[in-house]
Design a binder for this molecule. Structure first.
Ligand SMILES: Nc1ncnc2c1ncn2[C@@H]1O[C@H](COP(=O)(O)OP(=O)(O)OP(=O)(O)O)[C@@H](O)[C@H]1O
Ligand SMILES: [Mg+2]
Length: 326
C-alpha cells in the first residue's frame, strides 16, 4: 500500500489567549491513507477532525508528532501541490460567478489556460451547476455553494482530496451524485480523506474509517470489520414455541421474541449450530436465520456513550473491545 498521506503520533494543544486554558484537540493520532482509498474521519463535535485537516495543510502546526503528504513533511509547501481542499463552511466572494471562481482557483493551482477551457465546463457539468455557471455566487444556495467548493477542490486534478463535510447542506440526490463522483475519483487513484457527520453516507462511501473522541482514535478499520457480523441472529421457524426458547436459554443463549421472530445471541458458530439442531429435533421448520449487523451509527453511538460512561467513572471500553485501532 502506497500511503499518500501518513501521520504518526499527531498531537495538538491549543491555549486560549485570555484564560490560557489548554485544549487538547489531538492526542497521538496515527493515520494512513493510500492511493485510491476513501478514508472517513468521524467523531462528535470538537473531536479534532478539522484540526487534523488543518495540520495536514500546514494551516496549524502540531504540538508533537509528524505528518507527511506524498512523502514530504507538511511543513514543505511542495507537499500541497497535488492536494485539493474543501474547507468546512467555506465562502467564495459573492461578486464572482461560478465560472470566474473556478477560473481563479484553476490559475492559483497552476492549470494551463488552454486546459481550463475544457476543465471548467467539465467540472460544472459533473457537479450539476452548469445552469448556474454565470450566476453570482452570492445567489447560490448552500448546496450549490458546496458543489462549487468541490469543483474548486478538483480543478487541478489533485491526487489527494481533503474534504471537510463535503455534503453539508446538499440534498439527497446531490449527496448521491457527490458520492458517485468521489468513488470515481478514488477509482482513478485519488486518495480521499473526508469528515462527515452523515454516518450512513460514510458507510456507503468510505473504505476505512477512524472514530475520533477527544483527539484520540478510539476505533479504526474497514467498515465491515467495525460493524462486524455480530453473534446475534434473526431466527424464525414454524413451530417455535416457548419451550424451545427455554431450551435455547438453558444452553446459554439469549433468546427473545421480537416482532414475530426470535433474536438469538450465541457464543459462536458451534453454539448456533447446536441451537438449530435443538430446534430441528423438536420438529421446527427453520424459515430464517440471518446475522444482524450493527450499522456504523450504532458503532459510533456506542463509542461516544462508552467514552462518556468511562468519564463518569468506570471502564471506558464498554462494548467496543476488539475495535481498537491496530
Ligand atoms: N484555534 C483554536 N483555539 C483554541 N481551541 C481550538 C482552536 N481550534 C480548535 N480548537 C478546539 O479543539 C477541539 C477540536 O476542534 P475541531 O474543530 O478540530 O473539532 P471537529 O472534530 O472538527 O468538530 P466539528 O464536528 O464540530 O467540526 C475543540 O475543543 C475546539 O474547541
Ligand atoms: Mg470540524
Amino acid at each position: 500500500m502506497t500511503a499518500i498521506l501518513s501521520a504518526e503520533g499527531l498531537s495538538k494543544t491549543f491555549r486560549t489567549p485570555f484564560s490560557q486554558r489548554e485544549v487538547r484537540a489531538l492526542d497521538g493520532l496515527d493515520l494512513q491513507v493510500a492511493a485510491g482509498e476513501v478514508f472517513g474521519l468521524l467523531g462528535p463535535n470538537g473531536a479534532g477532525k478539522t484540526t487534523t485537516v488543518k495540520i495536514l495543510l500546514g494551516l496549524t502546526h502540531p504540538t508533537s508528532g509528524r505528518a507527511e503528504l506524498f512523502g514530504l513533511p507538511v511543513s514543505d509547501p511542495e507537499s500541497r501541490r497535488r492536494v485539493g481542499y474543501l474547507p468546512e463552511g467555506h465562502r467564495f466572494p459573492g461578486y464572482l460567478t461560478a465560472r470566474q471562481t473556478l477560473s481563479i482557483f484553476g490559475r492559483m493551482s497552476g492549470v494551463a489556460p488552454a486546459e481550463m477551457k475544457t476543465r471548467i465546463p467539465e467540472l460544472l457539468a459533473s457537479l450539476r451547476i452548469s445552469d448556474w455557471a454565470d450566476m453570482k455566487v452570492k445567489k447560490f444556495s448552500k448546496g450549490m455553494t458546496q458543489r462549487l467548493g468541490l469543483a474548486a477542490a478538483l480543478v487541478h486534478r489533485p491526487d489527494l482530496l481533503l474534504l471537510d463535510e463535503p455534503t453539508d447542506g446538499v440534498d439527497p440526490v446531490g449527496r448521491r451524485e457527490i458520492r458517485d463522483l468521489l468513488r470515481e475519483e478514488a477509482a482513478r487513484g485519488t486518495a480521499i480523506l473526508l469528515n462527515s457527520h452523515l454516518l450512513s453516507e460514510i458507510e456507503m462511501t468510505c473504505d476505512r474509517v477512524a472514530v475520533l473522541r477527544k483527539g484520540k482514535a478510539v476505533a479504526a478499520g474497514r467498515i465491515a470489520d467495525l460493524t462486524g457480523q455480530g453473534s446475534t441472529y434473526r431466527f424464525a421457524g414454524m413451530g417455535v414455541d416457548e419451550a424451545l426458547l427455554v431450551a435455547f436459554r438453558e444452553s446459554g443463549a439469549l433468546a427473545e421474541r421480537v416482532n414475530g421472530h426470535v433474536q438469538l445471541t450465541t457464543r459462536d458458530a458451534e453454539h448456533l449450530n447446536a441451537l438449530v439442531d435443538t430446534a430441528r429435533a423438536r420438529g421446527v421448520l427453520v424459515t430464517e436465520l440471518t446475522p444482524e449487523r450493527s450499522t456504523l451509527e450504532d458503532v459510533f453511538v456506542d463509542l461516544v456513550k462508552a467514552g462518556e460512561a468511562g468519564e463518569a467513572g468506570g471502564a471506558s471500553d464498554g462494548p467496543l473491545q476488539g475495535r481498537r485501532p491496530q
